[in-house]
Write a protein that binds this ligand. Structure first.
Ligand code: HEC
Length: 267
């Protein structure tokens, strides 16, 4: 049977000579950096370093990060693009533990998780970054997960893409849309409806590359505030107020008839 078309079926084949590809995109792999840094860590040592939060962070330039993310989309797509744009810089500036995680691991976030159109990979990539750097809530700080939550809300509210690359591949006018949702399906769908461009089009592809850049820009902006001790989260836990795990935009799926969950625990 013919395989069904995958999300991003017209993406370039990732079969370039690996070294050439890395040089071309300015991306260094963990392997190379580890060699540069003088060898691999022992497993136990690496593990304890990774679980030692917060990870060392140096402030990054949001525009530079956005440019990296834009170009990385064309290699590893949205989730890994955001992740890579931040991690490759910190691999160079800080080293371990950033060198221990290959950004390519997160290519599966493309198309809202291997093409299923669930959460847009770009803000999932951002949440991975904030949770790895700041740490999970078991550290006593909620800033890591709540910064991820804040970025998801920002994503839903923003006229995306917010970032225009210095030398965009698509030279035409890029329209923006508000998804009012963290879902890839809704975000891409609304943009396709408004623009009339298909999933495989050059325009849609460049739109998602720019969304990836926009989210990377926003993530570094917040991480820099956090680094300076200026970060006060706007992130919220929707489940705490609705009595059900949910996105805020109840009516976009339920219409005017939003059901109420049972609020009292059953004995
Ligand atoms: C992305 C679409 C979507 C959004 C957004 C959404 N829901 Fe739902 N919700 C669904 C679907 C689909 C079901 C399953 C409905 C069914 O089985 O009949 C469901 C089920 C429910 C249920 C349990 C089934 C029922 O009828 O009681 C409750 C309660 C509920 N939603 C409340 C909410 C609330 C409150 C919000 C906003 C805070 C919300 N939903 C946002 C799609 C959504």
């Amino acid at each position: 049977m013919e395989q069904e078309a995958k999300f991003g079926e017209q993406e370039p084949e990732v079969n370039l000579d690996r070294r050439k590809m890395m040089v071309g995109t300015g991306v260094l792999t963990a392997g190379l950096l580890l060699t540069k840094a003088g060898g691999l860590l022992g497993t136990a040592q690496a593990k304890s370093q990774m679980a030692n939060w917060p990870w060392p962070y140096v402030k990054l330039d949001p525009d530079e990060t956005a440019e990296l993310a834009y170009n990385e989309w064309y290699r590893v797509y949205c989730g890994a693009g955001v992740f890579s744009s931040i991690f490759t810089q910190l691999q160079e500036k800080v080293g371990e533990p950033y060198t221990l995680v290959p950004p390519e691991t997160f290519i599966f976030l493309e198309g809202g998780l291997t093409g299923w159109g669930t959460a847009c990979g770009s803000h999932v990539g951002a949440a991975l970054v904030t949770n790895m750097i700041i740490g999970p809530r078991t550290t006593g700080s909620h800033d890591g997960p709540m910064m991820g939550s804040e970025i998801m809300q920002w994503y839903a509210d923003a006229a995306l893409p917010t970032y225009t690359p210095k030398d965009p591949r698509y030279k035409g006018k890029m329209i923006t849309t508000v998804s009012d949702s963290p879902l890839c399906h809704v975000s891409v769908g609304r943009w396709m409806k408004a623009s009339g461009h298909s999933l495989g089009s050059e325009e849609r592809r460049d739109r998602c590359a720019r969304v990836t850049a926009s989210v990377a820009h926003q993530t570094v902006t917040l991480l820099n505030q956090w680094h300076d001790g200026q970060y006060q989260t706007k992130g919220r836990l929707p489940s705490a107020s609705y009595g059900i795990t949910a996105q805020h935009n109840c009516t976009s799926c339920h219409g005017s008839d939003v059901p109420s969950p049972p609020m009292a625990a059953k004995k």
